[in-house]
Design a protein around this ligand. Sequence first.
Ligand SMILES: [Zn+2]
Length: 73
Amino acid sequence: MQQHVAARALVVRDEIMIIKCPICDKRFPENDAEAALPFCSMRCKMIDAARWLNEAYGLPEEKMHEEPDWEEE
Ligand SMILES: [Zn+2]
């Protein structure tokens, strides 16, 4: 019965989740003051944003259908 109490205390302590940063794979507690969830820091958050932008602009361009400019008559 005493053991049951101890087990519950352990569960409470485990409620702080350890998160793995998707950018640098660093593990950090979710309540880390430096964290910018789900990233370990603002720096990794910015890296992710930059990657996302690169992907947005880096898409292979489909053949651009050129619209005729001013039609000269
Ligand atoms: Zn990171």
